[in-house]
Design a protein around this ligand. Structure first.
Ligand code: TEU
Ligand code: CA
Length: 562
């Protein structure tokens, strides 16, 4: 019998605070704005909130560059505002999981200010400094050919001490040196401080990157999204560090912990999220959201193949069964909107994709606006973008002549992280009710049609559909079957239909999703053939079960089959 746990039975809602709700009219979301919307989350039925970083930050990467782990970002409010949010969330039965960004800090963090001040400063080895290699310019060449995820070299020259420091992300995000026990002590003390404040867990940013290679040498493929993940991810001591973190902090509290493990494989995930609980509860893998990438990394318009998606998600379902716990996501603040990427922007396709995901085994994550069917945004010119990843890529790839500007802009429009970062669409008032001021990023013009006010009382809305999906998992007679049942894929080669069976103690669910704009017939071919069926949910009224199902475009149905 699989061990039960509250974080296995949860549904997590991710908030990107900068874009969620602005309470003071400065055009930037904030903590008091979030607090004003807690009832909305209670109504949706989620029980955990994952807050993207709210710590003090110069916002080079919108808070993923922290300059003080124990203070709140000025734009988001005060520590008193945070305490009020935490207390009110708990009073409403909502847990709060913090975003822990400890692979790197901001270059404005006092640790780095000291570290870069001199070679013999006590904090020097809090970060990763290396001499350059002999070059023919005015200064040495970078120590290796490693690339930053945000374009350019992963090494930044520091003229004061004439050395390079490592940054796998922006040059304002220097990587911490986890080899240094003083770094680990500081991080673990900070984590404990937040746990003693009462937070309910951590989402750990690029935690698979904290252990660097033993030997710093050129990689054959330094480019790509994470640089070369064989260099940047799953390093030699990453599990040792996480086991130490677990012993010294995590095991002392009842937390939800999820690792954002860029570059993770199923074999590594079985260590990170092992059932023995010696590291984390679960991890985010990224293979399924890189299926539509290509030689140029993420900047493509390749379609997301249903067959490839089925194969990958099924690999993860099967590999982690009985050995580790899975997370389920298709949207987050780094990904384009899934209804545009896999659906056809229609509410029906949003419900279809949600059905496909939410009946699988693992803890589901709903990203702000996903429950409304919010779509990608027509940003137009590059000037309308705000994300450092998109802006750096555009500048580097066009200035180098590697990509033609309009063709690249078309790919950025499709894949930019900014698609997920436009203001949350609350109602059809100006700026979708997100702010009374000028928003920091443009509002999607379709907010007049797609917004929470138009959906929360509409039983046919995407919001109401997500609410029913979540209630099936969290409070129905099928709860245990959905959370703990086994998973078996049907029709792996069907190019449109994603169908699978969940089973527990002899009860079976059949989930059938037509992930296409075509009407389709589909014969599940169950054996034994079901003697009776009960419809749990459908995005197409009350379809009748038959040995050959007739599915309308984007139809999704979930049945108990007895
Ligand atoms: O993202 C890690 C990461 O790999 C990103 O590069 C992301 O997957 C990519 O942009 C998708 O195209 C985490 C945070 O989620 C991201 O917001 C931060 O920018 C990054 O780490 C650095 O902290
Ligand atoms: Ca504000």
């Amino acid at each position: 019998m699989e061990k039960h746990a509250w974080w296995k039975e949860s549904v997590v809602y991710q908030i990107y605070p900068r874009s969620f709700c602005d309470s003071n009219g400065d055009g930037i979301g904030d903590l008091n704005g979030i607090r004003s919307k807690l009832e909305y989350l209670v109504r949706l039925g989620v029980n955990v909130i994952w807050l993207s970083p709210v710590y003090r930050s110069p916002n080079d990467d919108n808070g993923y560059d922290i300059s003080d782990y124990r203070a709140i970002m000025d734009e988001f409010g005060t520590m008193a505002d945070f305490d009020a949010l935490l207390s009110e969330a708990h009073a409403k039965g909502l847990k709060i999981v913090m975003d822990l960004v400890v692979n790197h800090t901001s270059d404005e963090h006092p640790w780095f200010v000291e570290s870069r001040s001199s070679k013999d400063n006590p904090k020097r080895d809090f970060y990763i400094w290396r001499e350059g290699t002999p070059g023919n310019g005015s200064r040495p060449d970078p120590p290796t050919n490693w690339g930053s995820c945000f374009s350019g070299s992963a090494w930044e020259w520091d003229p004061r001490t004439r050395m390079y420091y490592l940054h796998f992300f922006s040059k304002k995000q220097p990587d911490l040196n986890w080899e240094n026990p003083s770094v680990r002590n500081e991080i673990f003390d900070m984590m404990d401080w937040w746990c003693r404040k009462g937070v309910d867990g951590f989402r750990m940013d690029v935690i698979s990157m904290i252990s660097k290679p033993d030997i710093f040498e050129d990689s054959p493929t330094h480019g790509g999204l994470y640089g070369d993940s064989s260099v940047t991810c799953n390093g030699p001591r990453v599990h040792q560090y996480l086991q130490e973190m677990n012993r010294r902090v995590l095991s002392k509290y009842d937390l939800l912990t999820v690792g954002e493990t860029a570059g993770v494989t199923v074999e590594e995930a079985q260590k990170y999220a092992n059932a023995g609980g010696t590291e984390l509860n679960m991890v985010f893998q990224f293979e399924h959201v890189e299926l539509d990438g290509g030689a140029g990394g993420k900047w493509t318009r390749n379609p997301l193949s249903v067959r490839a998606l089925k194969e990958n998600l099924t690999k993860w379902q099967n590999a982690l069964e009985g050995s580790a716990w899975n997370s389920l996501f298709l949207c987050n603040h780094d990904q384009p909107r899934i209804v545009s990427r896999l659906g056809d922007d229609s509410p029906k396709s949003a419900k279809c994709v949600a059905t496909m995901l939410h009946f699988q085994k693992g803890t589901p994550y709903v990203y702000q606006g996903e429950e409304l069917g919010m779509t990608n945004c027509p940003f137009g010119p590059i000037e309308n973008y705000r994300d450092i990843e998109s802006l750096n890529a555009y500048r580097e790839l066009t200035e180098s002549g590697l990509r033609e500007a309009s063709e690249l802009l078309d790919c950025i429009a499709y894949k930019s992280r900014d698609n997920a970062r436009t203001p949350m669409q609350w109602d059809d008032s100006p700026n979708a009710g997100f702010t009374t001021g000028v928003p920091w990023i443009m509002t999607n013009p379709n907010y007049r049609e797609i917004n929470a006010a138009a959906q929360i009382d509409n039983p046919d809305s995407v919001f109401s559909y997500y609410r029913r999906l979540i209630s099936l998992r969290r409070g129905s007679e099928w709860k245990d079957l959905i959370v703990y049942g086994t998973y078996a894929l049907l029709a792996p080669d069907d190019p449109d239909i994603y169908a699978y069976v969940r089973e527990l103690h002899g009860r079976r669910l059949l989930i059938v999703c037509n992930l296409s704009g075509k009407a389709r017939e589909f014969a599940p071919g169950l054996s034994p053939a079901p003697a009776e069926t009960r419809l749990l949910i459908s995005n197409s009224g009350t379809p009748l079960f038959s040995p050959v199902l007739r599915l309308s475009p984007w139809e999704a149905d979930a049945w108990e089959v007895c």
